[in-house]
Design a binder for this molecule. Structure first.
Ligand code: GLU
Length: 297
């Protein structure tokens, strides 16, 4: 194990406060903690409430992490307290000519990507080359979103579990038309500001990593190391979602399953025979982690 003195970086867990953490979120939190602690990194907690309309109180999320025995370093960061950071990053990109206004509605984008040359999931660049006069006219009718003028159309990141992964980089949104900051900007700026050099999270976000790595480079940051971990799925193979009331710690406790037993379930799902967090840490080996979703129920 690397000693803390040798490594200055940090790992983190960054839940969105859109509901109680379910078994999949808890397992990702445990994995993020294990990756950080086993490599001598600090472990940070960040509440990603950038989407303020969906944010709910998050004290239960913290209680649940504590019940599993997880600890973290320093104060908890809350995204909505750092909007000035995002503003500075946006200004930096604007000054480099890397931002443009987009007036497209969701429907217009959906129609454009379903056209013969459209590519699903990629913004088709409709507003990329508008003239100043066209933009002025559009502004009279709609508030623009701000998009990155992406200098590449794909990029490759290295993932500790999936290996090299190449994915789309399109002109993604930095600030929404309602003025809210976009997740992709906030996550990149916050990770850099907090000294996070190890990002462990669910593999539903693997396809976002190339966009985020490119943005990090444009802002002059070293992209972090990535480990995207498999999700938890139910008996029919559907992934658990916070809002659909997946298995939460409260719901497991109501069925008589204690937090240490939940930790034991998580350990077994990682093919580690351990009942406590220190035991899990002692036996943790990223190379041996299962690469398949964990099916529960
Ligand atoms: N806030 C995101 C979520 O709860 C995670 C983002 C990240 O780890 O980069 O799904």
């Amino acid at each position: 194990m690397v000693t803390r003195d040798l490594v200055t970086g940090a790992g983190r867990f960054a839940p969105s406060p859109s509901g109680d953490l379910h078994l999949g979120n808890l397992r990702t939190a445990v994995l993020a903690w294990l990756f950080a602690r086993s490599s001598g990194r600090r472990f940070l907690l960040r509440i990603e409430d950038v989407d303020r309309a969906r944010a709910r109180p998050w004290h239960t999320q913290l209680d649940d992490l504590r019940l599993l025995g997880l600890d973290w370093d320093g104060p908890i960061e809350v995204q909505s307290e750092h909007f000035d950071r995002y503003e500075r990053a946006l200004t930096q990109l604007q000054q480099a000519g890397l931002v443009y206004e987009c007036f497209c509605s969701r429907r217009e984008i959906a129609q454009a990507v379903s056209a013969p040359h459209g590519i699903p999931g990629r913004y088709p660049g409709t507003c990329r080359s508008l003239s100043e006069a066209e933009r002025a006219e559009c502004r009279r009718h709609r508030q623009p979103a701000l998009r990155l003028r992406a200098p590449v159309d794909h990029a490759t990141v290295h993932d500790e579990l999936s290996g090299d992964y190449t994915g789309d980089v399109d002109d993604f949104v930095l600030r929404r038309s309602d003025g809210e900051w976009a997740y992709n900007l906030a996550v990149v700026v916050d990770d850099a500001a907090q000294g996070v050099d190890q990002v462990v999270r669910g593999d539903d976000l693997l396809s976002s990593a190339p966009r985020q790595a490119v943005l990090a480079q444009l802002l002059g940051y070293e992209p972090p190391r990535y480990a995207h971990v498999p999700l938890v799925v139910d008996a029919s193979g559907e992934r658990m979602a916070k809002r659909s009331g997946g298995l939460t710690l409260a719901c497991l406790r109501a069925r008589g399953v204690t937090p240490p037993q939940v930790l034991g379930m998580i350990a077994r799902s990682l093919h580690i025979d351990a009942d406590t967090l220190p035991d899990l840490l002692a036996h943790f080996d990223p190379e041996q982690l299962p690469r398949q979703p964990w099916q529960v129920g």
